[in-house]
Write a protein that binds this ligand. Structure first.
Ligand code: PAF
Length: 289
């Protein structure tokens, strides 16, 4: 009995087949499809999104596809962690319904030429150093939405800029899907869960735990000081990171999540976002005020 349930996961590799399964589910009119897109190397952060999907949907679809179009030439796509056997085991334990696991040529034919671009919001934060990254994300996410036709899709708040961009695409292109932004899942020491953490050695991991501490420090200063400027908060976080031994700080910014405008005097609606490099690993995180 137990093993039957554990084995109920269906792995679908063809986009056409996935789409017809989704169409059938939709036609029945009774079952909500909740979707979690991933690039695999599933960790507790992903598993929290999937558990949320199980709460809000009757049918849960997870996709694993390492999307080459969101990596730039400089970034090493080949080094992206992969653990497909382990991932499938985790999905079976969570008893989800479908894993969409396409090969590259199932998604992009060699002459693929379409791009979805959210013009303004992709220019900030990570978009500055990761050229074309968000175009790659929006293009694959729209494609996955068209294949899976979810009623609800769940993304993690650690990638807040990604979420804001996808939300904008969904609104502006009238895509019929509800989006959920799930809180960031952290290690005990505060480090935001990320597949990239696999690249950190123990010493680097210890330093990386300070990223969230710096953000909390910034939030605390905001909460306890009147009319403090963003510049001042950013400066304090900056020197906190330097003292920790973080040498490469790509950005520390305070922004409004609705229009991605940089705040001079921060308000309760804003968030602080950071990107740093520890060793060769680029890590991002954010907190809301
Ligand atoms: O957040 C991710 O893992 C990826 O950017 C996503 C949304 C699966 C698109 O490839």
């Amino acid at each position: 009995m137990m093993s039957k349930k554990i084995n109920s996961l269906q792995i679908i590799k063809s986009a056409k087949r996935m789409q017809s399964i989704s169409l059938l589910i939709k036609k029945s009119g009774r079952r909500t499809i909740a979707f979690v897109p991933t690039m695999g190397a599933l960790h507790e952060g992903h598993l929290a999104l999937i558990k949320k999907a199980k709460k809000v949907g009757k049918i849960v679809v997870v996709s694993i596809f390492v999307n080459p179009r969101q990596f730039s030439e400089k970034e090493d796509l080949d080094n992206y962690p992969s653990s497909i056997k382990d991932d499938i085991k985790k999905l079976r334990i969570l008893k989800i319904d479908y894993l969409f696991l396409p090969q590259i040529n199932e998604i992009y034919n060699p002459r693929f030429q379409t791009k979805v671009i959210v013009e303004e919001f992709q220019k900030h934060l990570c978009g500055i150093s990761r050229k074309n990254h968000f175009d790659g994300v929006t293009t694959i996410v729209l494609k996955l939405f068209n294949i899976i036709m979810p009623d609800v899709a769940i993304f993690g708040k650690k990638d807040l800029q990604q979420f804001i961009i996808i939300k904008t695409m969904v609104r502006e292109l009238n895509i019929n899907v509800k989006l959920i932004c799930h809180k960031t899942i952290r290690e005990k020491d505060g480090l935001a869960m990320s597949s990239r953490n696999n690249h950190l050695n123990p010493k680097e991991k210890q330093i990386a735990a300070g990223i969230y501490k710096g953000l909390k420090l910034g939030k605390n200063i905001f909460m306890t000081s009147k009319n403090i400027t963003s510049k001042k908060i950013v400066k304090l976080i900056h020197s906190f990171y330097r003292d920790l031994g973080i040498k490469k700080i790509e950005y520390i910014e305070i922004m409004n999540p609705d229009d991605m405008a940089y705040s001079i005097i921060p308000s309760r609606k804003d968030f602080i976002a950071v990107s740093v490099k520890i060793g060769g690993t680029r890590l991002i995180d954010n907190v809301e005020f």
